[in-house]
Ligand binder design. Sequence first.
Ligand SMILES: Cc1cc2nc3c(=O)[nH]c(=O)nc-3n(C[C@H](O)[C@H](O)[C@H](O)COP(=O)(O)OP(=O)(O)OC[C@H]3O[C@@H](n4cnc5c(N)ncnc54)[C@H](O)[C@@H]3O)c2cc1C
Ligand code: FES
Length: 499
Amino acid sequence: MSQSSLWLDTTERQPRAPLARDVGVDVCVIGAGITGLSAALELRRSGASVAVLEGRFVGAGASGYNTAKLSALHGLTYAQLERRHGLDAARAYAEANQHGVERAFELAGQLDIDCDLRRKPNVTYAETAADRDRVQAEVAAAGRAGLPASLVEELDLPFEIAAAVSVAGQAQFHPVAFLEGVARELERLGVTLSEGTMAVGVDAGSPCRVRTATGHTVAAGSVVVATHLPFLDRGLYFARCHPERSYVVAAPYTGEAAGEAMYLSTESPSHSIRTHELGSGTWLLVGGESHKTGQADAQERYERLERWMLERFGVQATMRWATQDQMPVDGVPFIGPVDHVSANVFVATGFRKWGLAMGIAASELLAAWVEGRDHPWRSLFDTRRLRLRAAAGSLLKENANVALRFVGDRLVKRADVDSIAPGQGRVVGQRLAQRAVHRDESGELHALSARCTHLGCIVNWNSGERTWDCPCHGSRFAVDGEVIMGPAVSPLERREPPS
Ligand SMILES: Cc1cc2nc3c(=O)[nH]c(=O)nc-3n(C[C@H](O)[C@H](O)[C@H](O)COP(=O)(O)OP(=O)(O)OC[C@H]3O[C@@H](n4cnc5c(N)ncnc54)[C@H](O)[C@@H]3O)c2cc1C
Ligand code: FES
């Protein structure tokens, strides 16, 4: 079964060359997902010279592998946001996200991007009466935050619900077609967009110097790190967010039971549902089965999601894909300076699986930071905030989990090489000598160091995607050790296969 995403599979992407010389620009943007490309466009349009560095290719990160809803309604968010951060914060959050939705329409119109952009209501539904109060509280809180939220008791889905919150004026799109359209406009405006160019370090200064794995540097007045989780450890974002991976399965769909809106359930594990009209046919997409990256079996999660789709809609999945997003400790993304001392290096991360509208909105905030302008959303998303009351529980829980993995995974008894089936991988060996061993389909063994090149946790085999995933901060590596997702920037080191 295909494991590419529907979005990457149905876009004619234009390959771009790696950075082949040293360059000097006003702003270097690192990462060509929705946040990086939107930020590059904002900055270029306001007159800055811009270079974009992308480690893999446009849309290779979370922006190319999601369910592609553009929305300000994010599950059940507003009641909690208001309780933790206050009503003004909830209003700013709603305003930023709705602005991101509207901006997607503006950009698609201005740049003539054919990306299946279409208005739909977004709905969060509860199947059980136990969640009815939470849904009602969300309707009220989302309304106070300024969204047109209403309570609904029946949906056009093939099962009963207890209650739902529905917000009109949201949208869905084809994210990779949108990204390609923005990328082409950037190139038309003279922006250098280099793919296959991993940034490995940023020396802050005037100018900043961005070092790349290809050996070339970019000298830039400011740097925007839009790499999902920043690969720079300063700012400690790896300790202020945790990575959650979730899955999407899809199939061509001719029925009428999948509703006219976009849906997300309140239960755990939650389920996301929507259809997408593509060419002459319709696809049904179902998402869910989240877990902390590197800490569950992907194959089992895919199978559970496929069973759910078959049971609820009578459709067998023909495509599957997955990605992860960063969950911030206090529930609010981080957008602003990387730390207290590097005045011209900026980051945007922690989008909690809702970074499409928010990534577009973030680009305006990033441009304001780079240009030294104030912005109405600045204090809510400020990276230097300290809201201990809102963050403490999650901060302690997630960092205790990382500490446990760092120590515990060195001590567990490891697999025997003989137990590794063709196409599979296991960690073998003891303590510091642990190796990540993969047996290819022909039976040959390939070994890598099992120590993640970020901060040294022991990677785990992901059987559903055939990758090595780090259970601490979510770095992911291919079977040859190459980085698929950071914060790591260096590959796993090769080792001698066990005999
Ligand atoms: C299953 C799932 C479904 C989702 N569905 C939705 C949805 O329906 N709606 C929604 O709003 N959000 C959704 N999200 C979240 C959303 O996809 C993300 O929040 C968003 O795409 C983040 O965009 P980004 O540009 O910040 O990061 P990314 O898209 O990950 O882009 C980062 C880029 O940086 C590159 N990079 C990384 N490190 C380096 C480096 N060192 N040097 C150079 N380049 C580097 C990567 O290759 C990547 O291309 C979903 C998330 C998941 C897990
Ligand atoms: S991602 Fe941080 S140790 Fe692996």
